[in-house]
Design a protein around this ligand. Sequence first.
Ligand SMILES: [Zn+2]
Length: 159
Amino acid sequence: MKGPTHIVGGLAAATFTMNVLSVHIQEPIIFYGAALFGAIIPDICHPRSMIGRTVPLLSNMLSKMFGHRSITHSLFFIFLIYWGLQQLEFRGSNDLQLGIIVGVISHIILDLLTPQGTKLFYPIKSNIRIPFYVKTGSILGENSVMAILLVMTIYLLVA
Ligand SMILES: [Zn+2]
């Protein structure tokens, strides 16, 4: 999926976490900001992605070492981020941690919906995908996913 779809996915996941799962968030602005950031982090392995263009050296290095949609699109990466953020301690650090994790998970779920899928169980190299899938950038498919996520988010915010 493309950057804008992942951002909407992060927004939807953050809203779902707060409004449906009723997780208590101290600092919503930190939580939402972190979720939006988390939603684009996994594509750091793709030099032409939104975040890849921001840190081209790191992105090229990750791309050459691991390839696209491998380590940064895996359960291992979620645990790595979780562990790394556990080391932070300040007001709102829990919201930052949860927001980034929620964003990263939303990104991986959306990429599991693509024909290529992701290497979810990296270092096991098989690509995993959800049986029904959507071609990245397709007008009908990807835009429909984005529209559904937006409608769901708006519904959750006003309901
Ligand atoms: Zn991705």
